[in-house]
Design a protein around this ligand. Structure first.
Ligand code: NZQ
Ligand code: ZN
Length: 389
């Protein structure tokens, strides 16, 4: 069992009616705020006006950067860095989903250095030692960016989508109000659920001897998503469903379930290449890949992990043969993603072409073979892509 450090320094305001604390929390860091958001959903749901009212009543000076795209671009980050420097920003307030929060993290880090923000990424990445403080208001349950120290940025010029972790970018405060996700579409709700589940599955599928308690936690989080994602998709204003998904999104990736595991993730590096090349939604790519990857990795030596998963998450009868349980568990996951949540099932349906497999596989393995649950070479990645056709 691994030793580990547990340190999650994000203060969370969870539930409806917490935004009244926003001004007070921002004032802890200064007066000059850079408000960042995406393509306008926060205006459509009336959140923008509520936030501005809070900021005004706390006598904060507000600068705005809007238009952060899904799969956020380095150009938006650069624009934010420039604004932070020009206006001597004290604190950044990200209002939106993972894309807005991720981009804001690198604006906050970029504001503290002289070099270009893209130099934070890649094999010779520059260190991220400091960042301006970040506060978030989450509007989509998916990535967990509201409570982790990572982010993923796309560069259209190089065709890359690269991630980076740095404790300095961990949000200081996050507001998690489930009612702000009532307006999230059925499609984005489904993609978010697939993303949350993938963050847990990437950790759960591991042959290390881990704390039993963490296995139970992961199964509990997964069961919660299995139960509430279809409810949220069908009844968008079901508070209980939205609240459960929102809190699962944070706990799936805030470091707690890791318990010191150092195994690489598998589906995420593959998916980031799909998003980089085709600009598809991250959670959709994961939904297509994850069951296929599970099937590709399954063998007699690791089947017990699938059995725990099938019994613990889907309640499959443990007296069945292990291989039967494993296959049934994968089918139940596919049923959730593709039938109950209605996500597309194949690369063909989302327009991903055979001719790009080799290049995407090579890029997924840019730092070497993927040393996750099972080591994957570029050839393995191509085989998994073929299973998604
Ligand atoms: O841009 P707006 O108008 O706000 O619309 C967004 C966007 O079109 C919309 N949306 C968000 N909240 C809404 C809403 N629509 C209606 N009502 C609301 N309340 O949803 C669309 C998708 O938003 P986005 O922020 O892109 O989604 P998500 O939260 O899934 O973020 C995805 C990004 O996060 C990265 C992904 O790779 C992707 O780039 N990830 C970040 C991680 C992290 N920081 O730890 C981990 C993840 O594995 C992931 O890689
Ligand atoms: Zn993810």
């Amino acid at each position: 069992m691994n030793s580990f450090i547990y340190d999650i320094p994000t203060k969370v305001y969870f539930g409806e009616g917490q935004l009244g604390n926003l001004g007070k929390e921002l004032r802890r860091f200064g007066r000059r705020v850079l408000l960042t958001y995406g393509g306008g959903s926060i205006k459509r749901i009336g959140l923008y006006d509520r936030v501005m009212e809070e900021l005004r009543s706390a006598d904060l000076e507000v600068f705005e950067l809007s238009g952060i795209e899904p799969n956020p671009r380095i150009d938006s980050v650069r624009e934010g860095v420039k604004m932070c420097k020009e206006h001597n920003i004290d604190v950044l307030l990200a209002v939106g989903g993972g894309s807005t929060i991720d981009a804001t993290k690198f604006m906050a880090a970029g504001a503290c250095v002289e070099h270009d923000a893209w130099e934070f990424f890649g094999a010779n990445a520059k260190p991220i030692e400091r960042a301006l403080p970040i506060v978030t208001i989450l509007t989509l349950a998916a990535t967990g960016s509201e409570m982790d120290s990572g982010g993923v940025i796309s560069n259209l010029a190089t065709g890359d989508k690269l991630g980076r972790l740095a404790p300095a970018m961990q949000p200081k405060v996050s507001f998690l109000d489930p009612t702000l996700t009532y307006s999230v579409s059925r499609y984005q709700t489904a993609c978010g659920a697939a993303d949350i589940m993938s963050h847990i599955i990437e950790v759960y599928f591991n042959m290390n001897k881990d704390l039993y308690m963490l296995d139970c936690m992961m199964e509990g989080l997964l069961k919660t998503v299995v139960k509430f994602a279809p409810i949220a998709a069908n009844e968008p204003e079901n508070y209980e469903a939205r609240a459960n998904l929102m809190w699962c999104s944070s706990w799936a990736i805030n470091g707690f379930i890791n318990g010191g595991k150092r195994k690489a993730w598998s589906c995420h590096p593959m998916e980031h290449e799909l998003s980089a090349k085709y600009d598809i939604t991250h959670g959709l790519g994961l939904a297509i890949l994850t069951p296929r990857w599970m099937r590709y990795c399954l063998d007699e030596t690791n089947v017990e992990r699938y059995v725990s998963f099938g019994v613990g998450v889907f309640g499959i009868d443990p007296s069945k043969a292990p291989m039967t349980i494993a296959e049934e568990a994968i089918e139940r996951l596919e049923h959730l993603f593709f039938v109950e949540l209605g996500l597309q099932r194949t690369f063909a349906e989302v327009g991903i072409k055979r001719e790009d497999y080799e290049l995407m596989a090579a890029k997924a393995c840019r730092y070497g073979d993927i040393r996750g649950f099972k080591t994957l070479t570029p050839d393995d990645v191509v085989r998994i892509f073929e299973m998604c056709e």
